[in-house]
Design a protein around this ligand. Sequence first.
Ligand SMILES: NC(=O)C1=CN([C@@H]2O[C@H](COP(=O)(O)OP(=O)(O)OC[C@H]3O[C@@H](n4cnc5c(N)ncnc54)[C@H](O)[C@@H]3O)[C@@H](O)[C@H]2O)[C@@H](O)CC1
Ligand SMILES: Nc1ncnc2c1ncn2[C@@H]1O[C@H](COP(=O)(O)OP(=O)(O)O)[C@@H](O)[C@H]1O
Ligand SMILES: [K+]
Length: 511
Amino acid sequence: MKILEASQLADLDSYSCKEQNISSWELMERAAGLAYEEIKTRLNSATQQIKVLAGPGNNGGDGLAIAYFLAQDGWDVDVFLVNFTSSRSPDNQKNLVRLKNQAKSNIRELTEDSELPEFTSEDLVIDAIFGVGLNRSMPEFVQKLARKHNGSASQCICIDVPSGMYLDQSPGEDEAVFQSDLILTFQTPKLPFYLPDYSGVVGEVKIIDIGLSQKRLSEISSELNLVDLSLAKKLYRPRPRFSHKGTYGHAVLIGGSELMLGSVILSSKSCMHSGVGKTSVLMPSRGHSALIQHLPEAMLVENASEDFISDQDLGFNADAIGIGIGIGTSEAALSALGAWLEKADCPLVIDADALNLIAEHITLKDKKRLRTLDGQVPKKSILTPHPGELRRLVGSWKDDFEKLNLIKDFSKQFDVIVLAKDAYSLCVYQDQVFVNSTGNSGMATAGSGDVLTGLLTGLLAQGYSSLNAAVLGMFLHGLAGDLAAEEMSEESLTASDIIRYFGDSFSKLKA
Ligand SMILES: NC(=O)C1=CN([C@@H]2O[C@H](COP(=O)(O)OP(=O)(O)OC[C@H]3O[C@@H](n4cnc5c(N)ncnc54)[C@H](O)[C@@H]3O)[C@@H](O)[C@H]2O)[C@@H](O)CC1
Ligand SMILES: Nc1ncnc2c1ncn2[C@@H]1O[C@H](COP(=O)(O)OP(=O)(O)O)[C@@H](O)[C@H]1O
Ligand SMILES: [K+]
């Protein structure tokens, strides 16, 4: 699903009105009507007091229409006109006149001199002050209002976006943003919903299809996408009936060191469950018997050392290699990694300590040059850093938008795919950004990343392009975690459980 910028949304909006031969007011009426239908299903207590906060723009226009519909249906509504300017958009003005004529709700004006309303646990607040039009700090009294609301026990439904949220930047340190329980957003998801900087204000998100032009939407080029089931289905390649294990590739997992052997076993198991034809494992020899015990399907590659990975020749052609899990940061690991990066002639997934070693050997002042691993990270490799590893690779960022730019720069510089793992992982290739929609906090448990690496390596070996393997694998991994959590709770979820739900996860792609 495309994620659009404010200017693209405005374009889509006006194109749709022309295409459908409706006025902008009629579109607002439709959007507000659909938002109201959703609000209605959530109104359960007759004692609930509804407070609509409406700004003077089109977001406020939505709010005034919603207030009108609520009052029509007999709800008590207090409407606060948050008048930070004396001008109103024409559609807002039209809705205000209609609301006044209806004479069923209490309308009060709030300006910077007004006493701000109280919010209690009985209140349902509908925040329609600013939508996607916010382009500078909210006026101080609106920020005070947001802080007062956020400090109360009232419920809040935000229309389109929480007031105070920017689509293209994080809030300043002292800037207030309305905390939402529910966001009813129009037509397309908005990027900040998925970024850690806004995590404190984003509640449940419901995307409302307001019937904007599908034709125009398909024409608008967007480099930002939310990876949902329909996108994942497009990437998935069904298995031909007449096929054999050679059809699905030979994956190799290279990982482990003295005390970190379980992670490679986990990752190999994940790979074997990805649909791959064969999985071979190169690991310290002291882990060999454990691997065969836990994963008899896997094949072992001889390894010269008991404790560290080596750069032993495989003796066959690998279709994909996943490297780095549990290798540690010793000289032995560094030298084996260097050798593998140099000789690998198949796509790679690079994870964990391999990333730390690479980060250490990027010249800090001039990230253009790799020193020890000089230019050796093969192009189109998938790098899967968690936030700590990412920081070591690309440097520090002041906010999520700067982080995204650093990742894009890094991806361009080394021509690699960066899968930045997080609550909503971001898969970035050059300027293209894929935001994952699956996953849950039950996956914040040791080994979940190892499972992802195995899955990605398996998909790569099956012939998916690096970008498609990364995007599809990221989605399937989170989906398996979600399905597992549904059955067994987030708390008791372990990384091994994620693998057990790969089957159900793949089934969703075929449904
Ligand atoms: N795009 C769409 O498809 C639709 C949009 N609609 C609504 O329209 C909203 C966008 O409306 P607007 O473009 O009128 O913008 P807003 O209602 O978000 O903001 C109003 C105006 O305030 C001004 N402004 C921005 N930051 C300010 C600040 N810090 N202090 C003072 N003034 C500031 C801007 O000029 C802006 O246009 C959407 O979020 C949505 O709620 C809906 O009515 C239906 C359809
Ligand atoms: N709160 C969360 N919501 C969704 N996914 C999460 C959450 N926390 C972690 N994950 C996912 O779990 C995995 C954790 O990876 P990582 O930190 O490398 O784990 P490990 O190193 O223990 O294997 C990533 O894919 C990440 O996206
Ligand atoms: K809003």
